[in-house]
Design a binder for this molecule. Structure first.
Ligand code: PLP
Length: 403
């Protein structure tokens, strides 16, 4: 599953202190290779959903291995351009944004998917047929690991509801819009290949309405493993299904449609570790709390999504196994794992929290006026500090004393 050894992680904790996020560039490359292999018989393009992790070194690495970049804000797009990714390789899949961001995206020359009738109308009035655009649709499909990460159902804010097709078509006609793509992202942690193929069916039904279509964007959401026993998305099977789907479309329409995907977790979840030191051990009835020097301010996924993250004691790998409830140091309940079997934990030991690459640092905050962690990238066997841990001045930055 994950590859960095305890020795490597311990050495990084020793050099850079804790809490620290560690990313393994090789693991990102390996995941991308797996995708390329799985989809080799299809015409597919991958855009890394960089909302998962935007450190500029990660963006650079992802772009260097041949993956394009998907963005969920104009600033993410600017970060991608900042590291030298060509505008044509950047995609902005918007949701609920002010039209000025779309204008900015157009001025930067990047690809855009629009997710509301309101912005589509403004886009038409401003650009007519001059700038190709994608439409983000809501297919009314329930999918994904849990409701919070499910985006395609009939109560979701994301995309233009598919039942408003007539209104979309009216706008397309009124402004002679150049609709080059359709986009559907049904959610995150989707195990079932069938869900993606359900989306393919929705696209198939829509194709006759959009004669200038060139790409069909199925979003991200491939499921990765958090535990050894976890089922993940069968990407080989999905790749084969997509190749078949494209062949059928070609036979039917005499033209090729490229499929786009926007993997976030698939590329960077397993590459990442959050290393944290045990501050205190506390016995409470049958529970032993291991209180660590991080919290939900650094990794919110367990509390926000009930996400399971594997935890290992990298300081005492041969110690006897005991049950611990691993908790953070924030003034809210911030439990990373309840009654986890860990090798004997002592105060001062370093614990590694796994699957911390995606939506880890990226969702971190300075809550409780604590510093955001440092970030380290392991590249060709060498550990590089890629973000300094915050310091006191960072807490004051942008504050304006008026008293
Ligand atoms: N694309 C879109 C539009 C998304 O909203 C998301 C996640 O929220 C992704 C891609 C990436 O999802 P994942 O990290 O599950 O692959």
């Amino acid at each position: 599953m994950q590859a960095l050894s305890f020795e490597t992680l311990a050495a990084i904790a020793n050099t850079h202190g804790t809490p620290v996020y560690v990313y393994d560039a090789d693991k990102i490359s390996q995941q991308f290779r797996q995708l390329k292999t799985a989809f080799q018989d299809s015409d597919t393009r991958f855009f890394y959903a960089c909302k998962a992790l935007t450190n500029i070194n990660v963006l650079k690495h992802v772009a260097a291995i041949g993956c394009d970049i998907d963005c969920s804000s104009i600033n993410e797009a600017k970060l991608a351009l900042h590291v030298g990714v060509a505008p044509e390789r950047v995609l902005y899949t918007s949701n609920g944004i002010h039209f000025s961001e779309i204008q900015e995206a157009v001025s930067l020359g990047i690809n855009v998917n629009i997710d509301s009738l309101s912005n589509l109308e403004k886009f038409g009035a401003a650009y007519g047929h001059d700038y190709p655009v994608g439409i983000r649709l809501r297919p009314n499909i329930m999918a994904g690991g849990n409701l919070k990460i499910s985006t395609g159902h009939d109560n979701s804010k994301f995309g233009i509801p598919i039942d408003q097709l007539d209104q979309i078509l009216d706008l397309v006609k009124k402004y002679n819009l150049y609709i080059r793509g359709l986009h559907i992202h049904t959610g995150s942690e989707i195990k079932e290949v069938a869900v993606f193929m359900q989306v393919a069916d929705v696209f198939s039904a829509l194709l006759p309405h959009f004669p200038e279509l060139a790409f069909l964007d199925m979003g991200g959401g491939f499921k990765v493993a958090y535990k050894d026993s976890d089922h993940i998305t069968h990407i080989d099977e999905l790749g084969a299904e997509i190749a078949r789907f494209q062949k059928n479309l070609e036979a039917q329409y005499g033209k090729k449609f490229q499929c786009w995907f926007e993997p976030g977790k698939y590329l960077v979840s397993e590459c990442g570790y959050l290393l944290s030191t045990v501050n205190v051990l506390k016995q409470s009835g049958n529970t032993v709390f291991a209180g660590i020097d991080t919290g939900l301010n650094h990794l919110i996924r367990p509390m926000m999504y009930d996400a399971y993250h594997r935890i290992e004691n990298i300081s005492n790998p041969d110690g006897a196994l005991h049950a611990y409830t691993v908790t953070g140091n924030i003034c809210e309940t911030d439990t990373f794992g309840t009654n986890r079997k860990l090798h004997e934990v002592r105060e001062g030991d370093v614990l590694a929290i796994y699957n911390a690459g995606a939506y880890g640092f990226e969702m971190s905050s300075n809550y409780n006026a604590r510093y955001k962690p440092a970030e380290v990238l392991v590249l060709e066997g060498e550990a590089h500090l890629i973000r300094k841990r915050d310091e006191f001045a960072d807490l004051l930055r942008n504050q304006i004393p008026v008293l």
